[in-house]
Design a protein around this ligand. Structure first.
Ligand code: GAP
Length: 471
């Protein structure tokens, strides 16, 4: 992980946020290469799941919605984590942080209501009796032993803000914790304007906010992140078939990102650990550098959301089948994809250190190469004149202009060619085009492949076509 974080900073993929002010914990900014990689992932996702399908339409909704949305969706009540406070140093922790073997769900199941205004208690002796813990819990910060009767509160993860100048409860609003709800709230308008029939889906890419208690592991868990989500509307009876189908589609996508099947694991989430709206959830976990953890999720949300929004808003969200006249509230299969976790998984999978020959005969060195799938690499082609001499750079700049019309291309004439190759390898550029003095005579350039390091001599007039065939 350290190597990936350091490469990201050094090469301009991802930097710590607000760094000149000493940074801000767990905030990250995507730099020039990071934004290209992230955009390429989002565009490829949109192409696969919206553009290339006849049964999907897109949406780009507001980040702050009417607070009634979060009441109806159950987030105001249920989107909580139990939080324990050390009576000595007043440090606040999730129980899984205090003791990794006990998960929050077991604690949540000990109480009926998750009221964030109230204090709750749990006895350590009970936990020992239930064999959930073996020894008395200590504070991870000050090491003081927690009292037998441990106090906790439910902490709501919704990100609160105020609309307008007065900071009073009537003006409280929330940044969306998932993009999903807008797809339910706008269901009727999308249905009427797009004239889609069930089964069909709504897709959205956008930011989500959660006041996470334990953010960390670089861009894996942050308080501000991006999601790519699909709400696929179906008839209730079709849910199992549709669930399997979408699991397959998600695996197709992960294959496209270059993630090896061996590094992916399906976790069938047990009932007690599922989100309040889900009747079946599979978390797709990936072998991140810090361990196996959730990359994406697939949930059967039943008609929970549409039903609740219909009741709460008073707007009828019943669907009428145009052929049979049958009326029902559609059920939903939800494949959800974290954008930032996609970036982290792609970088993890692509990072590679290997022995490679140097420009000196018989010598080798370790090269770092990001073997990012070509179609999502931030820079597709590097144009590298062998010398800064005007006669070469004039030709090279012309080539750069022509190639840039078709691909994201970078022009670089500084440092030795060996160093320039290494830099391009490290940022995952699939092709380097070198212009040398022979190019002036034979009108050819050398194209070097990132992965094989093989070089080919190509006619300048054929270069763009040659590259097009490679992508
Ligand atoms: N609409 C369903 C939903 O939001 P989720 O499992 O809570 O489900 C979906 O989140 C995906 O969003 C996760 O699989 C993960 O990729 C990403 N995600 C969730 N919380 C995140 C966080 N704090 N930081 C980065 N990505 C996150």
């Amino acid at each position: 992980m350290e190597k990936i974080v350091s490469l990201c900073k050094r090469r301009g993929f991802i930097f710590p946020g607000s760094e000149i002010y000493g940074g801000m914990a767990n905030s990250w900014d995507y730099g020039p290469l990071g934004v290209e990689l992230k955009n390429n992932i989002k565009q490829a996702w949109w192409k696969k799941f919206v553009q290339e399908r006849g049964d999907m339409v897109g949406l780009d909704a507001a980040l702050v919605m009417n607070p009634k949305v979060w009441e109806a969706s159950g987030h105001l009540k249920n989107f909580t984590d139990p939080l324990f406070e050390c009576p000595e140093c007043h440090g606040r922790f999730r129980l899984d942080k205090l003791l990794p073997s006990v998960n929050n769900v077991k604690i949540e199941s000990t109480v009926n209501k998750h009221d964030s205004e109230k204090e709750y208690y749990i006895n350590q002796k009970d936990l020992i009796d239930q064999k959930l813990i073996k020894e008395i819990i200590r504070c991870p910060d000050c090491q003081k032993v927690f009292p037998d009767k441990m106090k906790f509160r439910f902490f709501n993860l919704l990100f609160k803000t105020f609309i307008g100048p007065a900071e009073e409860s009537a003006n409280v609003a929330y940044f969306r914790p998932e993009t999903a709800q807008a797809m339910f709230v706008d269901f009727r308008q999308v249905l009427e304007t797009s004239r889609k029939r069930i089964p069909f889906g709504i897709a959205q890419i956008g930011k989500a906010f959660r006041n996470e208690i334990t953010p960390g592991n670089f861009i894996f868990r942050t308080r501000e992140f991006e999601q790519m989500e699909i709400e696929y509307f179906i008839k209730e009876n079709d849910w199992e078939k549709s669930f399997e189908y979408w699991l397959g589609e998600m695996y197709d996508w992960m294959n496209f990102l270059g993630l090896k099947k061996d590094h992916l694991h399906d976790l069938e989430v047990p009932e007690k650990e599922r989100a309040h709206y889900s009747k079946r959830t599979i978390d797709i976990e990936y072998d991140f550098p810090f361990g196996k953890d959730e990359l994406y999720g697939l949930a059967y949300r039943t008609n929970f959301d549409l039903k609740n929004h219909s009741t709460s808003s008073g707007v009828d969200l019943v669907y009428t089948d145009p052929e049979s006249g049958e009326k029902y509230i559609p059920h939903v299969i939800e494949p959800t994809f974290g954008v930032d976790r996609s970036v982290l998984a792609v970088l993890t999978e692509a990072y590679c250190e290997e022995e490679a020959p140097t420009t000196k005969e018989g010598e080798t060195e370790t090269r770092v190469v990001l073997k990012i799938p070509k179609h999502i690499a931030p820079i597709k082609v590097a144009i590298l004149p062998l010398s800064k001499k005007e006669e070469l750079s004039n030709v090279a700049k012309e080539i750069h202009k022509e190639v840039s019309r078709n691909f994201f291309a970078e022009y670089d004439e500084t440092q030795s060619i060996g160093k320039r190759y290494r830099r391009q390898d490290e940022i995952g550029t699939p092709y380097c085009v070198t212009i040398d003095f022979d190019s002036l005579e034979d009108k050819k350039v050398t194209v070097r492949d990132r992965d094989t390091m093989e070089q080919e001599r190509i006619e300048i007039s054929e270069l763009v076509n040659y590259l097009k065939n490679k992508f």
